[in-house]
Design a binder for this molecule. Structure first.
Ligand SMILES: Cc1c2[nH]c(c1CCC(=O)O)Cc1[nH]c(c(CCC(=O)O)c1C)Cc1[nH]c(c(CCC(=O)O)c1C)Cc1[nH]c(c(C)c1CCC(=O)O)C2
Length: 408
């Protein structure tokens, strides 16, 4: 089996450099490729968000999607946690939102204070899909994200890699039909059961936009990519494998193919299928991503074994089925502390981080291939100093575990 094929098959051309070039800290790239690291790299979903006073201050002056669409603002917000936690975060994630794809497809979305995203005119019946743009030109509709990525790469000066992202087709379709968040997802799920063919067609169309958008982000300078399937856990195992997983797979192979066709070096891909890993971790591990992100409802050591078992002896057939340019190294894990631990004070944070680090306590252990994160986004009420303490604990305890020989 060829090692790390997606990083070595194509030579960089033009001004496109290898992702490692000029980077002062490539810990997350090494962990994402399944390598052992001297400590776990760490970043946090929503690390630029409402828990930061500097973010709230900026939001008083600028509407949410104005922040997304103004590259200088998106860059500034992305940099806020990097500056505040200098030396403690191992990656930046571009400030944006998963709902920029429905907007690019022609839908209106607003961010309501206290309520979250809202679509004034959601899709009600399959005929409403006619309203969506047939062919989405991502340069035209989402070029502002690419600009923000370019600006941010300059601002970062190679301190840490920059993560790009998008929402997964099922999660985006759910928002487009529900018109916002939902407790039961009855409108979106009705489509799956009543209009199966049209639902599959819509998912396909969204996946095509995701691929173009992610490829554009890499070309603009994103050094890793994460796909957020935040509502994966709302589906039964069968429906997850019918309506979510095939599109997660399509995105991974579509992005790798498109990058290799244009001789652009590939980047590690992270899949976050929240709530679906209890039933489908082996399938997600085999779906073509370099990293599987765990929510806090999966025990890291169990996940390690399940993923290793799923990949053992399967690599050949998996590679053959999925094409040449696949993830062919040890699949890495990301996660997965319960975000509410950050409310519980220093003793609890340190104890829970230590537990997450230690294999014998069910945690990730010291053998690398682990990117530390929370199991979901950091919540608005967290004290920024609790976040700092969390990051310090991850550095300390994961380093301790990585250097101790008798841990596992
Ligand atoms: C489901 C989802 C959305 N957006 C996103 C997801 C997937 C991740 C997840 O499951 O949480 C992804 C997202 N949203 C945001 C980012 C930026 C990068 C980061 O720091 O992680 C990312 C990666 C900024 C944001 N997106 C949003 C905010 C806060 C909104 C505000 O400033 O008013 C931020 C910083 C708004 C948003 N956007 C969305 C919701 C449900 C909300 C409201 C809830 C909330 O506020 O947390 C849709």
């Amino acid at each position: 089996m060829k090692k790390f094929s997606q990083f070595t098959t194509k030579k960089p051309t033009g001004d496109q450099k290898k992702p490692e070039d000029g980077l002062k800290n490539d810990l997350i790239l090494r962990a994402a490729r399944g390598e052992e690291t001297e400590r776990a790299p760490v970043w946090v979903m929503r690390q630029a968000g409402r828990y930061l006073p500097e973010f709230r201050e900026l939001r008083e002056k600028h509407e949410f999607f104005e922040c997304c669409r103004t590259p200088a603002l998106a860059c500034e917000i992305t940099m806020q946690p990097i500056r505040r936690y200098a030396g403690l975060l191992d990656a930046a994630i571009i400030f944006s939102d998963i709902l920029v794809i429905p907007q690019a497809m022609g839908m209106e979305v607003e961010m309501l204070p206290q309520k979250g995203p809202s679509f004034p005119d959601p899709l009600k019946e399959p005929s409403d899909v006619e309203r969506l743009r047939k062919k989405v030109d991502v340069e035209k509709e989402l070029g502002y994200v690419f600009e923000a990525i370019k600006l941010t790469r300059t601002a970062l000066q190679g301190e840490v890699p920059l993560i790009g992202f998008c929402g997964a087709p099922w999660t985006l379709m759910a928002y487009m039909i529900e018109g916002g968040g939902s407790r039961t997802f009855e409108k979106a799920k009705r489509w799956l059961f009543q209009y199966r063919e049209q639902a599959l067609e819509l998912l396909e169309r969204i996946a095509d936009v995701c691929i173009d958008f992610l490829v554009g982000q890499v070309k603009a300078g994103a050094q890793l990519l994460q796909v957020f399937d935040s509502w994966a856990g709302e589906l039964s195992p069968h429906d997850f494998r019918t309506f979510a997983l095939p599109y997660l797979r399509k995105i991974a192979s579509g992005v790798r193919d498109a990058l290799s066709r244009t001789s652009t070096p590939s980047v590690p891909l992270i899949c976050f299928a929240r709530g679906a890993l209890g039933h489908s971790l082996p399938e997600v591990a085999k779906s073509g991503y370099d990293v599987v992100a765990l929510d806090w409802q999966v025990e890291p050591q169990v996940a390690r074994r399940v993923v290793e078992l799923a990949m053992s002896g399967q690599a050949g057939s998996f590679k053959k089925a999925a094409g040449e340019n696949e993830c062919s190294h040890r699949v890495a894990l990301q996660g997965n502390l319960d975000p509410t631990v950050l409310y519980a004070g220093h003793d609890a944070i340190e104890r829970e981080v230590d537990r997450m680090c230690r294999a014998r306590k069910g945690g990730f252990g010291g053998k690398g291939a682990w990117i530390c994160n929370l199991g979901h986004g950091i919540t608005p009420g967290v004290d920024p100093e609790a976040m700092r303490f969390f990051l310090k604990c991850v550095h300390k305890h994961s380093r301790e575990v990585a250097s101790s020989k008798d841990e596992e």
